[in-house]
Design a protein around this ligand. Structure first.
Ligand code: UDP
Length: 239
């Protein structure tokens, strides 16, 4: 049935449409962190992230990347291709921050020699653990061919996003993507690209806290959260 809620996540709700191949993704103001231990809301985040993600999906499509984006249909809603999301969160890192610093003892802000791709098992009960290719195979999360494609796709997206955010005077520290498989077994970039899923640092600011323009402001209670998202949106939409 059209308009039926299919799935409600932490930041978005997915609805069916008249067309079984098309879903409606509604972006919410809700914000969560630390596996939903911290819950809150960021004023107008749904509309800001929907606008940012729509713009970035269109940019990536123009660069030849396959995404699930069809069109934005309201300030906080977009039509997307119905896909089966692989239960893997793919993280790409250019600069050390967040969980990798805790895990490997790296210094926050340390540039990595080359972009690093990591896989996390999308499983809230387990707290999304880091997994290797061997775990992906053992758990049957993706085929070995899909794993190779995922890594290449992640690195290609990183290149395009680095170029894009550089034009916004933002440093792309790291980000998470989710990949879906369409009816033709093609891999599509799905979910969202926004300050919820990317670490973005203002290139014009050297202070390590003041430069944070993403969800870390919420995670770390740094204040001016909506203002940072607004600034990212302004720069993204102008690029
Ligand atoms: N990330 C995300 N969703 C998650 C976990 C991470 O969008 O469930 C993003 C996060 O915003 C950051 C990148 O993935 O841009 C790497 O996150 P990290 O592994 O450092 O985890 P965190 O420190 O956020 O717990």
């Amino acid at each position: 049935m059209s308009g039926t809620k299919l799935y409600e996540g932490k930041a978005k709700i997915l609805f069916t449409t008249d067309d079984p191949n098309i879903l409606l993704s509604r972006y919410k103001d809700d914000a969560t962190a630390f596996n939903a231990l911290k819950k809150g809301s960021i004023a107008n985040k749904g509309e800001m992230n929907c606008a940012i993600a729509s713009h970035i999906f269109q940019y990536l499509e123009a660069q030849g990347m396959a995404t699930h984006f069809i069109k934005q249909v309201s300030p906080n809603e977009m039509q997307v291709v119905a896909v089966k999301i692989l239960p893997i969160e793919v993280v790409v890192r250019n600069i050390a921050a967040g969980s990798i610093c805790k895990r490997l003892g790296l210094e926050q802000g340390q540039p990595l020699k080359k972009p690093l791709v990591e896989f996390f098992y999308k499983n809230d009960d387990l707290g999304d653990p880091l997994i290797t290719d061997a775990h992906v195979a053992m758990l049957d999360l993706a085929t070995p061919e899909q794993v190779d494609q995922l890594k290449q796709l992640a690195l290609d997206i990183n290149q395009h996003l680095q170029t894009f955010f550089d034009r916004c005077n933002l440093l792309l520290v790291d980000f998470k993507v989710e990949i879906g498989v369409d009816v033709n077994e093609r891999l599509l970039l799905a979910d969202e690209i926004s300050p919820d899923t990317c670490r973005l640092w203002d290139k014009a600011i050297s202070d390590p806290t003041a430069r944070i323009m993403d969800k870390d402001r919420f995670r770390q209670d740094l204040g001016n959260i909506a203002e940072a998202y607004q600034e990212v949106m302004n720069r993204v939409l102008a690029t």
